[in-house]
Design a protein around this ligand. Structure first.
Ligand code: FAD
Ligand code: SF4
Length: 459
């Protein structure tokens, strides 16, 4: 009735290191779990997967112990299974539809996907063959999951693909946001190496909109189409008093310093907030990651401060569970109203107000309402804002003809991912706002197919 458990590090050990929390299935565990699949004739799980992985087929191969065949089946629709097996919210996608879940726990589809991908990397790790070039150049802006997928799909069709990435390492949120203990960076690096083997050129430290414009990519460098997968990395703040104090930062900055700039490693000299007591504002995956990092960086007290209740938290249940096990305290129905500063200009407490849930708002969730007179001061020296992000305006403000909606997201034709500018396609968080890895991958794949049609139609 229940999933085969996956071994993981003890909470009191792992909250002091950055090694991966979950340790993955052994072959025996994977075969056991795969045997729970009932091989449904009309598999509901596949409908729940945004990229329609042929789930029962790959699970059947795992049950037979033919892991190489399982890998081939998964990668026929999903190029990055080691990533999605780790970070996809399976509980609201494939696993939420699995019939096994009606009277017990669903089949652990995500864990099996991860097992197959890890087995392949550790035992085969064949680099893909380079397809002969058709001589046509396509540019991809951003190396997150949407850009990596789009580049891979186009390279498979023979295009000469160049990725332009603003940061010094490729991978997008997979390297700068999601911590090592949830997604080891060696796995992302392996995927980037596979892309290079396919003939894709990856150029880092290339901020499009500053170093080169989109128009220059077309007119001076001869690219025939451009895919924009620049994500949604611009953090939002609450605009409450005290946000300019030392000791306040966005979760994106905090996580970038730790993950991309390796502040957790002794041999790196990355400046980072060393907190005794940190409050993370927000209840999403990003907030959980920031809280769990703060704990590992040595904070004695780490609070998640969230204005709604625990049932409304958008973070994956697994992340909430792991955070609690690691000693993070959840302060729900609580909202910050002011960050207090000491004479040294540093954070010295945060004034909060208690909330209750009122009528549902436009998102369908019950609206949090402040309880008058319930203010109190939480003793913290660090405040990390994690209340959402939006796309950086740089690309759209430096590209004539590229239109965005009022949230700053690029407008595309959803069937083709074509933007309002001829030859420019977009996908992932740059179009949807902050969403998920698998949706970004799906958008990159769809855009690659449209770019191929667009170029062929022009030829
Ligand atoms: P990104 O991954 O954001 O990549 C965009 C890339 O474009 C970046 O590398 C950026 O540097 C680059 N770029 C931006 N502007 C320019 C420019 N002008 N020129 C050149 N390059 C540029 N999703 C899940 O499914 N599961 C999770 O568990 C999960 N956890 C998350 C945890 C954190 C901390 C964060 C921040 C997000 C998380 N997400 C998770 C969301 C997920 O990571 C994103 O939805 C996904 O990465 C979006 O992919 P993307 O390709 O659109 O953009
Ligand atoms: Fe197997 Fe569940 Fe999919 Fe049925 S719904 S095929 S039991 S994974």
């Amino acid at each position: 009735m229940t999933k085969t458990p996956m071994p993981e590090q003890d909470p009191n050990v792992r909250n002091k290191n950055f090694k991966e929390v979950t340790l993955g299935y052994t072959a025996e565990m994977a075969i056991n779990e795969a045997q729970r699949c009932m091989q449904c004739k009309k598999p509901k799980c596949v409908e729940g997967c945004p990229v329609n992985i042929r789930i029962p087929e790959f699970i059947a191969k795992v049950a037979e112990g033919d892991f190489a065949a399982a890998y081939e089946i998964i990668t026929s629709t999903n190029a990055l299974p080691a990533l999605s097996g780790r970070v996809c919210p399976q509980e609201t996608q494939c696993e939420s539809k699995c019939v096994r879940g009606v009277k017990g726990e669903p089949v652990a589809i995500g864990r099996l996907e991860r097992f197959v991908a890890d087995w392949y990397r550790e035992n085969v790790n064949a680099m893909p063959e380079k397809v002969p070039s058709n001589g046509i150049k396509v540019a991809v802006v951003g190396s997150g999951p949407s850009g990596l997928t789009c580049a891979s799909e186009l390279a498979k069709k023979g295009y000469e693909v160049s990725i332009f990435e603003a940061l010094h390492t490729a991978g997008g949120v997979l390297v700068y946001g999601i911590p090592e203990f949830r997604l080891p960076k060696a796995i992302v690096a392996n995927e980037v190496e596979k892309l290079k083997a396919q003939g894709v050129t990856v150029m880092t430290d290339m901020v499009i909109g500053k170093v080169l414009s989109i128009d220059e990519l077309f007119e001076e460098l001869g690219f025939k189409a451009v895919f924009v997968g620049s994500g949604a990395g611009l953090p939002m703040f609450m605009h409450i008093p005290g946000e300019a104090l030392k000791g306040v930062c966005s979760a994106n900055e905090y996580l970038t310093r730790i993950n991309l700039m390796k502040a957790y490693k002794e041999e790196y000299d990355t400046p980072i907030l060393h907190s005794k007591a940190a409050a993370i504002i927000g209840g999403g995956n990003v907030a959980m990651d920031a809280a769990r990092c703060a704990k590992r960086m040595g904070a004695e007290k780490v609070y998640i401060v969230y204005r709604r209740g625990e049932a409304e938290m958008p973070a994956r249940l697994e992340e909430q569970h792991h955070a609690k096990e690691e000693g993070i305290e959840f302060m729900t129905l609580t909202n910050p109203v002011e960050i207090l500063g000491g004479e040294d200009g540093r954070v010295n407490g945060m004034k909060c107000i208690k909330m209750e849930l009122g009528e549902p708002d436009e998102s369908g969730r019950r609206r949090p309402v402040a309880i008058p007179g319930s203010e109190y001061v939480l003793d913290v020296d660090t405040v990390i804002m994690s209340i959402g992000t939006s796309p950086n305006p740089l690309i759209r403000t430096t590209t004539a003809g590229l239109e965005a909606n009022k949230r700053g997201c690029l407008i595309v034709n959803e069937d083709t991912m074509q933007t309002t500018k001829d030859g420019v396609y977009a996908g992932g968080d740059a179009v949807t706002g902050a969403a998920t890895v698998i949706l970004a991958m799906g958008a990159g794949k769809k855009a690659a197919a449209s770019i191929d049609e667009y170029i062929k139609a022009k030829a």
